[in-house]
Write a protein that binds this ligand. Structure first.
Ligand SMILES: Cc1cc2nc3c(=O)[nH]c(=O)nc-3n(C[C@H](O)[C@H](O)[C@H](O)COP(=O)(O)OP(=O)(O)OC[C@H]3O[C@@H](n4cnc5c(N)ncnc54)[C@H](O)[C@@H]3O)c2cc1C
Length: 344
């Protein structure tokens, strides 16, 4: 490792991605401060190619060998930068662990973030796909984020509107893909009059089961953790990247046509003529739930999660995912789009 720049060569990334895929970064730099990014840029490091920005590696599918340098985001720090009677603004470094931030906020009695407990990964990656779970998306509590812009070579900030958030989507996955290194994220959390999001079916069921009436933010936090632990595979035990595909959103007309053939096809209309269909249901009906080919399979109790049973390569996982896409397309005429970022 070069002492001056922190540049390491030929670094194995197997322990830095939750699918546990073997992959090698030709060049790897651990980023612990904003100034490090500017110094690297001054030295011409980003002139030839944009690097790959790595957070916790929980939403990526890596090839055996990456073609670009890797920046591992490890900028730390959590601070309350504004505090009034009703709410706070909390700013966290991109390298902070997302779930630890949620736990810290809930412990302090701060609300708005509790439904997003136990989502793996870092704070900096959370706005990239507008993480969401149990009826809440980061967009709902988002205030702003700071980035280093690799093209203009400046630091700048984005507010909610500028991030162009969508369902598992933001400007950073589209127009500005790969160009912005998020260095910190600022969220607005409530101190009083918390808005409780408990209408999601699984949450309601859990709260009823434990006879929790008028739940507070801590109740929701613990319920979300318990539900997630019972449904999703733990990457520490079996390699996976959570939901592999987004839930497709199709036109109501197409949904109605499908419904005449598949009476039980679930669908959630968004009120504007589009219907969200659970990808897990489509995959299960196509016969791929719990199926295994070699080292790769779908999780036995959640068809949307692709798992590495051990020793799988990125190509094997990608080929497997393409077979699922083909099967769903042939049966339903619906194209599944990966939620996971495919990195070459
Ligand atoms: C078991 C499991 C459950 C999951 N459940 C959910 C869920 O309920 N809801 C949900 O939305 N997601 C879920 N995910 C997906 C994942 O946790 C989130 O997408 C998370 O935000 C990814 O964070 P990360 O730090 O691991 O990002 P990485 O996987 O490292 O990176 C993801 C993408 O973000 C980019 N990126 C990362 N950090 C930065 C940065 N600082 N600046 C710019 N770009 C950056 C990367 O280049 C890459 O394109 C789950 C994953 C797993 C394994």
């Amino acid at each position: 490792m070069s002492q001056k720049t922190g540049i390491q060569k030929e670094v194995t990334l197997t322990h830095l991605n939750t699918l546990r895929l073997h992959s090698v970064a030709p060049v790897f730099i651990n980023i612990t401060s904003e100034s490090q990014l500017r110094d690297l840029d001054k030295n011409g490091f980003f002139n030839d190619q944009l690097p790959f920005v790595l957070g916790g590696g929980s939403n990526i599918l890596l090839s055996d060998r990456l073609s670009v340098p890797v920046l591992k985001m490890s900028i730390s720090g959590v601070e309350i930068i504004e505090d009034d009677d009703k709410s706070v603004l909390i700013k966290a470094g991109a390298g902070e662990n997302w779930h630890e931030l949620v736990a810290y906020a809930v412990k302090k009695g701060l609300g708005g973030i509790e439904n997003l407990a136990l989502i793996p990964g870092t704070v900096g990656a959370a706005p990239i796909q507008n993480i969401g779970a149990y009826g809440v998306e980061i967009e709902n509590l988002f205030s702003s984020l700071e980035v280093y812009d690799l093209k203009s070579k400046t630091f700048r900030s984005f507010n909610t509107e500028e991030c162009k958030f969508g369902y598992r989507d933001s400007i950073f996955k589209r127009e500005l893909k790969g160009q912005m290194v998020v260095t910190s994220v600022t969220l607005r959390l409530t101190k009083v009059n918390h808005v409780i999001h408990d209408s999601y079916f699984a949450l309601k069921e859990y709260l009823n089961q434990y006879k929790i009436q008028n739940p507070g933010i801590e109740d929701i936090y613990h319920a979300v953790i318990a539900i997630r632990q019972s449904k999703l595979p733990d990457p520490a035990e079996i390699g996976n990247a959570g939901s592999f595909f987004k839930n497709p959103v199709i036109e109501k007309k197409q949904y109605d046509e499908l419904r005449s053939q598949w009476e039980k096809i679930p669908g959630y209309p968004d009120g504007t003529g589009w219907v969200k269909v659970p990808a897990a249901w489509l995959i299960e009906k196509a016969g791929w739930k719990g199926l295994r080919l070699g080292n790769v399979g779908t999780y036995e109790s959640q068809a949307l999660v692709i798992v590495n049973h051990g020793g799988a390569t990125g190509k094997e996982v990608l080929d497997f995912s393409k077979k699922i896409q083909q099967a769903v397309s042939e049966l339903f005429g619906i194209d599944l789009i990966p939620e996971v970022n495919i990195i070459q």
